[in-house]
Design a protein around this ligand. Structure first.
Ligand SMILES: Nc1ncnc2c1ncn2[C@@H]1O[C@H](COP(=O)(O)OP(=O)(O)OP(=O)(O)O)[C@@H](O)[C@H]1O
Length: 553
C-alpha cells in the first residue's frame, strides 16, 4: 500500500498537495474513497492508488501451479498523468494519460477509469470532495482548463503535423478540458499574422505543432502588437514537437514526443523566458533559441538542397566544411558578463539553488504590474542598433577582427535538439546569452572530437570551446558576399553566399547586433524556471546554496 502524504508543509514541487488539511485523521479519512464493495481509490504521495479486486483479471502463466499467479489488483496513476476527475450522475470518472509502452520515452494515450458510486448524498459529497483533492494534487500551481490557440504547420518536419495533432494531441487537450481553437498555417509568415492579431484576453497559450520555426514566428507576431510586453507576458508560447530539431520542447519538457508534450502543456507552469533582440539594418527580430553564423548555420541552412537526407544532412554539411577547415572571418565586439568556465558553473549552481528554494512563479507574479514607463511596446534597446556607434567601455570589447572564426553560436536554451546540449549553462531567465566561439583552423581530429563530445555533454569543458556569458554582441561578417578584399586567411574563407540563422530560420546575411532582455517572453515548462537539461558537468559539486545571494545576478 502506498503511503499517504501526511506533510502539512508542502515542498516546492508544484504537484504537491495544496489543500492544507491539517488534521491527520481527516487526511487519512479523506484520502481514501471506497467505490463499491471491492475497490478503493487512495491519494498517495505522488500517485493515486487504485485497489480493485476486479483488476485481478490478468492471470499469468502458472506453470502447473508451481509459480505464483500475478495478482495485479492495484494500479498507481502518477498525479502528473491525471488529466481530469469528476462525478457526474452518480459516476466518478478519472481521465489520465496512459503510457503506451514500458519505455521511459513512451508516448501516452488518453485512458480512464470509471466507478458507479453508492446512491447516497454522503457518498456523492465525499466523492466530489475527493475528486477536487485529486485535481488539486494533479495540477498543483498549473492553470487548469487552459485556453489554447493551436497552430499546425502541415509541412513542418516530416509533414505529419496534421495527423499528429488529431490523433495524439487533441484527445489529451480535450480530456483535460482545455478550450482549443486549432488553425493550419497556409504560408510562410502566417503564424506572425495570427499572433499579431490574437486576442490576448481570449487565450492563455499559443501552441505550435511544428519545428522551432513557428514558435519563432509566434513570438515575433506578439512582439508586433502595440502592447507587445503585455502580450508576451500573458500568452505562453509553446511547442508540440512536430519538426526535426524541436529544441523548445526538449528544453522545456524533455521530450520530442508530441503526446507527452501535450500532457506537459496541460500540466505546464508559466516560466519567464529571456528573449534576444537581433537588429539588422532597420529591422528588429526576437529570437528565443539560438543565433548562429559559420559552420553550424551553414550545415543547417546551407544544406537545404539535400533535405532528403533527413537529420544526416546537418552532419554531412558539417563534415564537408570541417574537412575543408572553412573559415568565417568576422569583426566582433562583445559585452561579456562572465568569462571563466568555472565562474559560469558557479553562476549556474547559484541560480539553480535559488530556483530550488523559490516558490513556483504564480499567475499573479506573471500578470502583475508591468513597467509602463516606456509604453507597452518592446523594451528600448540599451545598446542601440547595429547601425549606432558601438558603445565604448562598460564591459564592451572594441570591435576586433577575428580572421579564423569557425563557429559563432549563441544560445538561450541548453538543447538544440535531442542529445545536443550545446549550451549546458543556459537558464531560462538569467538575463544572459551563452556565447560559444570556436576557431576554424583547429586540427580536424580535435574538431571531430568536439562534435562527438556534444551528446555526452563534454563539449562545454573542451579547451578549444570558448564559452562566455554575454549580454550583447555585434558581428560584422567579412566573408561570402560580405568578403573584405583585405581580409587575411582568404585561402580557406567561405566563398558561399553566407548564412545567418536565428532559431534555425534563415535571416539576412548582414551585420547584426544581439541584446538580451531578461524574462521578456513567457513559456510553459515542466518545472518552473529550469530546463530539462543536464547543466555543465560537475556543477552539482559547487555549493550553489552557500553562494546564493552573494553574487550580483
Ligand atoms: N503552409 C505553409 N507553407 C509553407 N511554409 C510554411 C507553412 N506554414 C508554415 N511555414 C513556414 O515553415 C517554416 C518552418 O516551420 P517549422 O519550424 O514548423 O518546420 P521545420 O523548419 O520543418 O522544422 P524543423 O527545422 O525542426 O524540421 C516557418 O518559417 C514557417 O513560416
Amino acid at each position: 500500500m502506498a503511503d499517504v502524504d501526511r506533510s502539512s508543509n508542502a515542498p516546492s514541487d508544484p504537484f504537491s498537495d495544496q489543500a492544507g488539511i491539517h488534521d491527520e485523521r481527516d487526511i487519512i479519512a479523506e484520502a481514501t474513497l471506497s467505490v463499491g464493495r471491492n475497490a478503493t481509490l487512495t491519494l498517495g504521495t505522488d500517485a493515486v492508488i487504485v485497489l480493485d479486486e476486479g483488476l485481478r483479471s490478468r492471470r499469468g502463466f502458472n506453470c502447473f501451479g508451481c509459480l505464483p499467479q500475478r495478482t495485479t489488483n492495484t494500479r498507481s496513476i502518477p498525479y502528473f498523468n491525471i488529466l481530469w476527475a469528476e462525478t457526474v450522475k452518480g459516476d466518478l470518472t478519472i481521465h489520465y494519460a496512459k503510457p503506451t509502452s514500458k519505455s521511459p520515452k513512451s508516448s501516452v494515450r488518453v485512458s480512464y477509469i470509471n466507478y458507479t458510486l453508492e446512491n447516497t448524498t454522503t457518498q456523492s459529497e465525499k466523492a466530489e470532495r475527493w475528486a477536487q483533492r485529486l485535481l488539486d494534487r494533479a495540477y498543483g500551481h498549473a492553470q487548469r482548463k487552459k485556453r489554447i490557440k493551436v497552430l499546425i504547420n502541415p509541412f513542418g518536419g516530416k509533414g505529419k503535423a496534421v495527423k499528429q495533432h488529431s490523433k495524439e494531441i487533441e484527445p489529451i487537450f480535450a480530456a483535460a478540458r482545455c478550450e482549443v481553437d486549432a488553425e493550419r498555417t497556409t504560408h510562410r509568415g502566417h503564424a506572425i499574422e495570427i499572433a499579431q492579431n490574437l486576442d490576448i484576453n481570449a487565450y492563455d497559450v499559443l501552441a505550435s505543432c511544428s519545428g522551432d520555426g513557428l514558435p519563432h514566428e509566434c513570438i515575433n507576431g506578439l512582439a508586433k502588437k502595440s502592447n507587445a510586453v503585455e502580450a508576451l507576458r500573458k500568452v505562453a508560447v509553446v511547442q508540440l514537437p512536430c519538426g526535426t530539431g524541436n529544441g523548445m520542447s526538449w528544453n522545456l519538457n524533455g521530450t520530442g514526443d508530441c503526446s507527452t508534450a501535450a500532457l506537459c502543456i496541460v500540466k505546464g507552469v508559466r516560466t519567464p523566458l529571456d528573449l534576444v533582440s537581433i537588429t539588422q539594418g532597420d529591422t528588429r527580430t526576437l529570437s528565443f533559441l539560438s543565433q548562429s553564423l559559420g559552420i553550424v548555420a551553414e550545415s543547417d541552412l546551407g544544406t537545404e538542397n539535400i533535405r532528403w537526407m533527413g537529420d544526416a544532412r546537418f552532419y554531412y554539411g558539417f563534415l564537408v566544411r570541417l574537412m575543408g577547415k572553412t573559415l568565417y572571418p568576422v569583426d566582433i565586439a562583445v559585452k561579456t558578463e562572465i568569462e571563466d568556465k568555472q565562474d559560469i558553473k558557479r553562476h549556474y549552481a547559484e541560480q539553480m539553488a535559488k530556483r530550488a528554494t523559490q516558490a513556483a512563479i504564480s499567475k499573479t507574479d506573471l500578470d502583475g504590474p508591468l513597467d509602463t514607463s516606456t509604453g507597452l511596446g518592446l523594451p528600448p534597446l540599451q545598446y542601440g542598433t547595429v547601425k549606432d556607434p558601438l558603445p565604448i567601455g562598460n564591459g564592451w570589447t572594441p570591435l576586433q577582427h577575428y580572421p579564423n572564426l569557425g563557429n559563432f553560436y549563441c544560445g538561450n536554451m541548453s538543447m538544440m535538439a535531442a542529445d545536443a546540449p550545446f549550451f549546458p549553462a543556459s537558464l531560462p531567465s538569467d538575463g544572459l546569452m551563452d556565447l560559444v566561439t570556436i576557431d576554424g583552423d583547429i586540427p580536424r581530429r580535435i574538431a571531430l572530437d568536439l562534435l562527438l563530445s556534444v551528446p555526452n555533454n563534454a563539449f562545454f569543458d573542451k579547451e578549444s570551446v570558448r564559452y562566455r556569458k554575454v549580454s550583447a554582441v555585434r558581428v560584422i561578417p567579412r566573408y561570402g558576399t560580405l568578403a573584405d578584399s583585405t581580409a587575411e586567411n582568404k585561402k580557406n574563407a567561405s566563398r558561399d553566399e553566407g548564412c545567418f540563422a536565428a532559431d534555425g530560420e534563415k535571416m539576412p546575411f548582414e551585420a547584426f547586433q544581439l541584446e538580451v532582455h531578461r524574462g521578456l517572453g513567457t513559456v510553459l515548462s515542466r518545472r518552473a524556471g529550469v530546463y530539462e537539461a543536464p547543466g555543465p558537468k560537475a556543477w552539482e559539486d559547487i555549493d550553489g546554496a552557500a553562494i546564493a545571494g552573494t553574487q550580483r545576478l
